[in-house]
Ligand binder design. Structure first.
Ligand SMILES: Cc1ncc(COP(=O)(O)O)c(C=O)c1O
Length: 443
């Protein structure tokens, strides 16, 4: 029986009509923002509220210490003054302390640079790294990944390769990476850890493989720590006390890290995050850089060449916010991990609701350990591709994104983001999933 003849939680005609009006013949290829607009339109037309899992917006209030510091900075008049491109001194100092206390690595304040979201950190990295060596003209994305990184490389017109890490966990990662990096044309590789969309977390063994191979083949890893310390299986909330957020920085000395304020500190709106360049990379000279910048020094080129060209610095007041947040965390006065644990707790309940109703978790293990409960999870339903499932779920008032836009090869999967789902919606979610299962299990 087709859905047309069933009563679905959201009116069949309305959903179909809105898909047509939004010209979304291929939902699976739609970007996150396109899906968001479609759901906004369906909600408006139907008067029904969706269980919205398509977009990774923080669902928590911003960290208060940041808001207070930012208000104070604004009152002092910083809004009228251009901030230095390399960042305000207190922020650089507190960031350097932060990476020591929460990652157990040493980076000089000089290499801690504010960017317009970590989005700009990766963009500035791709731009600069690409100019370091003409023989290294390909970036590698370890997927599944944040679709925007693919988009950045497309926009820049830079060549890139990617592979889905699903089949290459643990020791298998070594041969796979070796086979790609040994070609000699890879300049950098990027991955997020914890990973968006799958919430897998690389193990120390895997990070060691990545770091050592990057050193061997002179490749710069860009480690995207957008979900800093949010692998809630381990308590990484205490400054200077292990366990620390795992990082490739332990296994190579030439690296870039991006630390986003958006999720860990619920500060997405102010678009200010940090780019961390290791001391060795910061001071390294690449003769080719002189063709584009005033010097051949990497760090100098990133700041006074690339970031200057993109936006000449980032929000002055938000830098004070971030400096205050880092300081409070460093001084042990702010347990930022505790503040975002709610995501993991919601994910645990939601994953169970999906599994109890016939769904399967797609990326389910870190080597032999079950993955953590966190900001995202991936799921599938037997007999459906991710694209079909995404569309079908719209009639049940559930929205997500297809894994096919994340570089994943698990085309049966879709990604759910837990952040915007309220606990008060759990009964609705359960009802809709039960109904979905009842309507689909025999087909
Ligand atoms: C893996 C990853 N990197 C970067 C970002 C963007 O971070 P920011 O808001 O700091 O630009 C996101 C946001 O969803 C993300 O998931």
């Amino acid at each position: 029986m087709s859905l047309q003849t069933k009563s679905t939680p959201i009116d069949y005609q309305i959903v179909t009509q809105q898909i047509l009006e939004n010209k979304m013949e291929n939902l699976g290829k739609a970007s996150i923002r396109e899906i968001k607009k479609l759901i906004d339109d369906i909600e408006k037309a139907s008067g029904e509220k969706f269980v919205r899992m398509e977009m990774g917006i923080p669902g928590l209030p911003p960290t208060k210490v940041g808001v207070d510091a930012e208000i104070e900075a604004l009152k002092k008049g910083v809004a009228s003054v251009y901030p230095d491109i390399f960042g305000i001194q207190p922020l650089k100092i507190e960031t350097s302390r932060f990476v020591k206390l929460f990652l157990d690595i040493d980076v000089s304040p000089e290499g801690c640079i504010p960017t317009g979201g970590s989005t700009m950190g990766s963009f500035a990295s791709f731009i600069t790294i690409h100019k370091c060596n003409p023989l290294k003209y390909v970036s590698l994305l370890i997927d599944p990944g944040f679709p925007l990184h693919h988009q950045q490389l497309m926009v820049l017109g830079q060549r890139f390769e990617s592979f889905d890490v699903y089949n290459y966990r643990g020791e298998k990662l070594k041969d796979k990476l070796d086979s790609i990096l040994s070609k000699g044309n890879i300049s950098c590789l990027l991955y997020s850890n914890p990973n968006n969309p799958s919430w897998i977390c690389f193990t120390e063994r895997e990070l060691k493989i990545i770091g050592e191979l990057c050193s061997k083949f002179d490749v710069i890893p860009i480690e995207d720590l957008a979900y800093f310390a949010m692998d809630f299986r381990r308590d990484m909330s205490k400054p200077g006390v292990p366990p620390y957020q795992p990082t490739v920085a332990k296994y190579t000395d030439t690296y870039i890290l991006t630390i986003s304020s958006s999720k860990a500190f619920s500060y997405a709106g102010q678009r200010t995050s940090m780019m961390i360049i290791s001391d060795k990379l910061f001071n390294r000279r690449y003769p080719s850089l002189k063709n584009f910048y005033s010097t051949d020094i990497f760090g100098h080129s990133v700041i006074f060449g690339t970031i200057y060209a993109i936006c000449a610095g980032v929000s002055h007041s938000a830098q004070y916010a971030l400096a205050a947040i880092f300081k409070a965390a460093n001084d042990g006065k702010l347990n930022f991990v505790e503040e975002v644990k709610e995501y993991g707790e919601k994910a645990k309940i939601m994953k169970k609701l999906f599994i109890d109703n016939g769904f399967k978790i797609v990326y389910d293990k870190d080597e032999d350990e079950p993955i953590a409960d966190g900001f995202y999870f991936t799921f599938s339903y037997p007999g459906y591709t991710g694209e079909e499932l995404l569309k079908e779920l719209l009639y049940y008032g559930i929205s997500a994104i297809s894994l096919s836009i994340t570089g994943s090869e698990r085309l049966e999967g879709i990604r759910a983001c837990v952040s915007l789902v309220q606990r008060s919606q759990f009964p609705d979610l359960e009802y809709r999933l039960k109904k979905f299962n009842a309507d689909h299990k025999n087909f």
